[in-house]
Design a protein around this ligand. Structure first.
Ligand code: ADP
Ligand code: MG
Length: 300
């Protein structure tokens, strides 16, 4: 059964003349790991800030848990880390979490469980200031999980960490998700979203370029490079073909991007039936990185 955690409809945010979030819509279903992926300045943090009620939207709306709760009540079921972890430096990890419990009105019984989950139980009595950046981030995750939220929101969770710290945080996110917590993270790293997330929303200049499963993005259908002596006829035929999304011509070669599966044999046969004889036909598939660059460089 699908259960919707968050729905965003036609959301906009303007900072003066900067259109930071541009008519953005997407939804988050329970149990998945979502990545908002986009270069710096693409509106990721602004979007998270709006749904967490720390940034005012300009227009549009969003709804937590199908609108069954007020935003204030709904946010009690959300754990979020959108800033650098900030704890008392001279207090122990355990006592910092105790303080969080006191502020949020949660019992202390979850502290040990969450410290164990993030791998900091042995360091529970160490002062926060003695922690590495990765440990600080893991403590922040433990803190955000104290009330067993439905969803954990993380903004650039591995920024500034060393490779080992990055690996630990990514593994931890996957582990938390495997226990049933929905995850929404923002990242400018394609690699991170590819490794950690099941679903992605790709942003550029605040606009959505892609929304869907990460494996479908990876398993894109590829593209053909073609040519024929009667190039105009070939172009017209490609443009009327429903299997292609974008058709480009460069250096005398036509590139046609597929939006569904189609083999070179099938395509060749259909052209022959129309009396078009191809002088060049190659099927290629791009790396996810190239697709991402293509997505983020072309604005529709
Ligand atoms: P990201 O998190 O993807 O890097 P942001 O949401 O931080 O992007 O920023 C999106 C755009 O909005 C950027 O152009 C940024 O400069 C602008 N912006 C963000 N916050 C503010 C602010 N408080 N005042 C003015 N402009 C802002
Ligand atoms: Mg940001």
């Amino acid at each position: 059964m699908n259960s919707t955690i968050l729905t965003i409809n036609n959301l906009n945010k303007n900072y003066g003349s900067v259109h930071a979030v541009n008519n953005l819509s997407f939804s988050i279903e329970k149990g998945n790991i979502y990545g908002i992926l986009g270069p710096n300045g693409s509106g990721k943090s602004t979007t998270l800030g709006i749904v967490l009620n720390v940034v005012n939207k300009t227009s549009g709306d969003f709804q937590w848990f199908n609108g069954s709760l007020s935003t204030h009540e709904a946010l009690k079921k959300v754990g979020a880390i959108i800033e650098r972890p900030n704890f008392y430096p001279y207090m122990s990890a355990y006592n910092n979490l105790k303080l969080v419990c006191k502020i949020k009105g949660i019992g202390y019984d979850k502290i040990t469980e969450k410290l164990e989950l993030v791998g900091l139980l042995e360091r529970k009595d160490s002062k926060f200031r003695t922690f590495s950046l990765g440990m600080k981030q893991r403590l922040a995750i433990a803190s955000a999980l104290l009330n067993d939220p439905e969803i954990l929101i993380l903004d650039e969770p591995t920024n500034g960490l060393d490779p080992q710290g990055i690996h630990q945080i990514r593994e931890l996110i996957i582990q938390i998700a495997s226990q049933g917590t929905t995850i929404l993270l923002a990242s400018h790293l394609l690699d991170e979203v590819e490794k950690v997330c099941t679903h992605a929303v790709i942003l550029r200049h605040g606009r959505k370029l892609y929304e869907g499963r990460v494996d479908q993005l990876i398993a894109s259908h590829g593209y053909f490079e073609l040519n024929a002596s009667n190039k105009n006829e070939l172009l017209a035929s490609l443009k009327s073909h429903t299997a292609f999304s974008t058709i480009e011509e460069k250096d005398g070669i036509i590139t046609a991007f597929l939006n569904e599966d189609l083999s070179a044999e099938e395509l060749n046969k259909s052209f022959l039936n129309k009396g078009i004889v191809l002088s060049h036909l190659v099927k290629r598939k791009e790396s996810l990185e190239k697709q991402f660059l293509q997505l983020t460089n072309n604005i529709k």
